[in-house]
Design a binder for this molecule. Structure first.
Ligand SMILES: *[C@@H]1O[C@H](CO)[C@@H](O)[C@H](O)[C@H]1NC(C)=O
Length: 258
C-alpha cells in the first residue's frame, strides 16, 4: 500500500502548498485559470477602442492605463462590461508569470479568441520587449485567464450622463470605474425624497436608460451579483442632482471591494 500512502502525501502536500501560495500571493481572485486564445486590435492604437461596445466612449480606451480588451462570450450581453481579467500567455519562453490585468470595454472576437486586447496590454504579457515583438508577430497566442477584482483606489464609481439624454424626458448614463469582482446586474433610480424607485433598462454594454426618469435629486441603486449567486444592493452616498445635464460626470462617492 506504499503507492496510496504516497498518493495521499502528495495530495496533502499539494493542498498545503496551494494554501501557502494563496495566503502569500494574490488575494483578489481564488478562481482557477481557463485556457483560451487572445489577439490584439489590428489598428495602430496602443490603447483600446474609443467606440467600444460597452458605451464608455473615449474613456473605454484609456481606463486602467489602456490595459483593456474586447471580449467575445465574456461580453455576456453587456453584463461583462467593466469586469477585470488576469490574462497571461502560456509560452514559457516569451511570457511572464503574472501577465496583465485587463478591463472589458468592448465586444469582439477573432479566430477562437476570448480577448482582443489593446496592443499595450498584449505586450505586457511578455517577459521583455524582445518577447513582446515575438508575441506581436504571432498575432494570436494561447493564453489562460481568470476573473479578478477591479481596483481603482483613486476613483469612486462614477456616472457619465450620455449625450443622447434629453432632460427631463430621457436619461441615459454609463457607469465608470466598476470595482470588485461582481457584475452589476440591475440598476434603479430612486427619488431621494420618497424612495420611489424605477428599474432601468440596460440599453447596451454599461449604458442604462429610462424614459420619464424620476424627478428631484436621484439616488442610484446598483445590484452587484457574483457568479455563485451572492447579491448586494449598493446605494451611493451622493445623489445625481435634480437638474442633471447631458455630458456631465457625477461622482457617486462609493467604492466597492471584492
Ligand atoms: C470618493 O467619495 C468620498 C465620499 O464618499 C470622497 O470623500 C472622496 O473624495 C471621493 N474620492 C474621489 C477620488 O473622488
Amino acid at each position: 500500500m506504499a503507492f496510496s500512502f504516497h498518493a495521499v502525501m502528495f495530495i496533502a502536500s499539494a493542498l498545503i502548498f496551494s494554501l501557502l501560495t494563496q495566503s502569500q500571493g494574490d488575494t483578489t481572485s481564488s478562481g482557477s485559470f481557463i485556457h483560451s486564445r487572445a489577439g490584439y486590435y489590428p489598428n495602430s492604437e496602443e490603447i483600446g477602442s474609443e467606440t467600444g461596445r460597452c458605451g464608455y466612449g473615449s474613456f473605454g480606451a484609456i481606463i486602467n492605463y489602456g490595459d483593456v480588451a474586447a471580449a467575445s462570450d465574456l461580453y455576456r450581453d453587456g453584463v461583462g462590461c467593466g469586469a477585470c481579467y488576469q490574462v497571461r500567455c502560456t509560452n514559457v519562453k516569451d511570457c511572464s508569470n503574472e501577465g496583465v490585468t485587463v478591463v472589458i470595454t468592448d465586444q469582439g472576437s477573432s479566430d477562437r479568441t476570448d480577448f482582443i486586447m489593446s496592443q499595450k496590454a498584449f505586450r505586457k504579457m511578455a517577459q521583455n520587449s524582445y518577447a513582446a515583438s515575438s508575441l506581436m508577430s504571432q498575432g494570436i497566442v494561447d493564453i489562460e485567464y481568470r476573473r479578478v477584482s477591479c481596483s481603482y483606489p483613486k476613483y469612486n464609481i462614477t456616472i457619465k450622463i450620455d449625450e443622447s439624454s434629453d432632460y427631463p424626458y430621457y436619461l441615459a448614463f454609463v457607469i465608470w470605474y466598476q470595482q470588485g469582482q461582481k457584475d452589476i446586474t440591475a440598476v434603479q433610480l430612486c427619488e431621494t425624497n420618497n424612495f420611489n424607485c424605477k428599474l432601468l433598462d440596460r440599453s447596451y454594454g454599461s449604458v442604462f436608460t429610462t424614459t420619464s426618469p424620476p424627478s428631484g435629486p436621484l439616488s442610484l441603486r446598483m445590484l452587484f451579483s457574483s457568479e455563485d449567486g451572492d447579491e448586494k444592493w449598493v446605494v451611493p452616498v451622493n445623489s445625481i442632482p435634480e437638474n442633471w445635464k447631458k455630458g456631465a460626470v457625477y461622482d457617486t462617492g462609493v467604492q466597492v471591494e471584492v
